[in-house]
Design a binder for this molecule. Structure first.
Ligand SMILES: [Fe+2]
Ligand SMILES: [Fe+2]
Length: 430
């Protein structure tokens, strides 16, 4: 679930697919509806012209209709009906007079019946042809059911410039249906093609932008790391140590934190992000040494109590420098952790450290980890006032500091991984 939320490409793919699919489906549906409406309208409008033509050829039938003499069937009307029935795929015809009485129908039982309130008839009687699709054996009352799908068309009969009646056709509409089907096929294939193309295009643009952004973020992160390292190194070389101290201690804190994450009371507090920040922030632990004079930093012999107290101020200086930088940033960053480390990496578990004499878990965990890493590295290094301790000696000294100088859980984590400390101290000497 977490993976899914983090995978922006996957999320984008899913969302754009859903949107493109829905929009295409809606567009396709609307266009298809419009297409069938237009096709039916065009088809329907063709009928009044044919009716007018046939009416012209059967003037007596039209006179009969015009005279409104009810259901008086005549031979003229029969001829008229026969010609109407031969139009296209027509399989049923009704001829209405303008009063709404059916004068002729191939369903004889309907002849003479009056349906003057039928809205489709009324529309045609006012001169406007209209039509409805009738599905097979549905929609119509039992008398008017036909065994096939049909277009029911009401067309006015124009004669002597006026409407003298209405013809109702039942037309098989196979040609119309085929035309609509073909139109639908064109619409749906073009929409599907355009949808896929649009989707691929959007994906391509997004993917390119995403990758470009990812690369620039990575570059920016690397730049920040290098600047942090350069800053830390600047303070470190004044103390006549090499940058290797920074490299090694960054690795040591990483080893301890990973072990604590695996098994310790801090497992739930730690995370991969915490460990990454800790390793990046670690080199800044002694940045405050920029505020300590060279005379003290480089003094070969033992420091006087005043000098020692000046030297101790480096942790507060370091925190102050980083707090100033953090204020300018205005959001949570690894500087927050760097401040904790710089300020408290000389605190002791028993409260006898400096600068605040914090004890136990009042000391930030990051600083407790840093403290052990820093001491191990100092023990293993040669200084102007001491020789380097062996790995075994250093382990022993740290073990002795468990619960006094160091957090017991941090010491336990160190003891589980001490071989890795030894390996790194040998791989990165000096
Ligand atoms: Fe320090
Ligand atoms: Fe250090």
């Amino acid at each position: 679930m977490m993976k899914f939320r983090q995978n922006i490409i996957f999320q984008y793919t899913l969302i754009t697919f859903a949107v493109t699919f829905s929009v295409s489906a809606l567009l396709g549906f609307l266009l298809s509806q419009k297409l069938s409406e237009q096709a039916i309208k065009a088809y329907t409008n063709f009928f009044p012209r044919i009716v007018a033509q046939i009416a012209k050829e059967n003037p007596q039938a039209c006179v009969l209709l015009e005279s409104n003499r009810g259901a008086e069937i005549s031979a003229e009307l029969e001829d008229f009906a026969a010609q109407l029935q031969s139009v296209g795929a027509v399989f049923g015809v009704k001829i209405w007079d303008t009063n709404g009485t059916i004068l002729w129908s191939n369903k004889k039982e309907l002849i003479g019946k009056n349906f003057k309130d039928d809205p489709d008839f009324m529309l045609a009687a006012r001169g406007t042809a209209n039509s409805i699709f009738r599905r097979q054996n549905k929609d119509e009352n039992s008398l008017e059911r036909y065994p096939q799908t049909a277009l029911e068309i009401y067309a006015p009969i124009f004669f002597n410039n006026k409407t003298v009646g209405v013809v109702e056709f039942y037309e098989g509409a196979q040609e119309l249906l085929a035309r609509i089907k073909q139109g639908m096929f064109i619409i749906w294939t073009s929409i599907a093609g355009a949808g896929i193309l649009l989707y691929l295009l959007l994906f391509f643009i997004f993917y390119k932008a995403h990758m470009a952004q990812k690369t620039s973020t990575l570059k920016l992160e690397r730049t920040v790391d290098v600047i942090i390292y350069a800053l830390a190194y600047l303070a470190e070389i004044r103390d006549a140590e090499t940058g290797r101290h920074l490299e090694r201690t960054a690795k040591y804190v990483g080893i301890i934190a990973r072990q604590l994450l695996r098994s310790s009371p801090y497992s739930s507090y730690l995370s991969q992000q915490y460990i990454a920040d800790l390793m990046k922030a670690a080199p800044l632990h002694d940045i405050g040494k920029v505020g300590v004079s060279d005379a003290i930093l480089h003094k070969p012999g033992k420091l006087t109590p005043e000098e020692f107290s000046d030297m101790q101020k480096h942790s507060a200086y370091g925190a102050d420098i980083l707090i100033e930088a953090d204020k300018k940033l205005g959001f949570q960053s690894l500087l927050t952790m760097a401040i904790q480390i710089a300020r408290s990496h000389h605190e002791r578990w028993d409260g006898k450290g400096y600068p605040q004499r914090l004890s136990g878990d009042k000391i930030p965990l990051s600083a407790r980890i840093m403290s052990l890493a820093d001491v191990y590295d100092a023990l293993r290094s040669k200084r102007c006032y001491k020789e380097a301790y062996t790995h075994a000696e250093s382990v022993k000294i740290i073990q002795e500091g468990k619960g006094t100088q160091f957090d017991p859980d941090v010491v336990d984590a160190f003891l589980k991984k001490e071989k890795e400390f030894q390996r790194i101290s040998m791989e990165l000497p000096g």
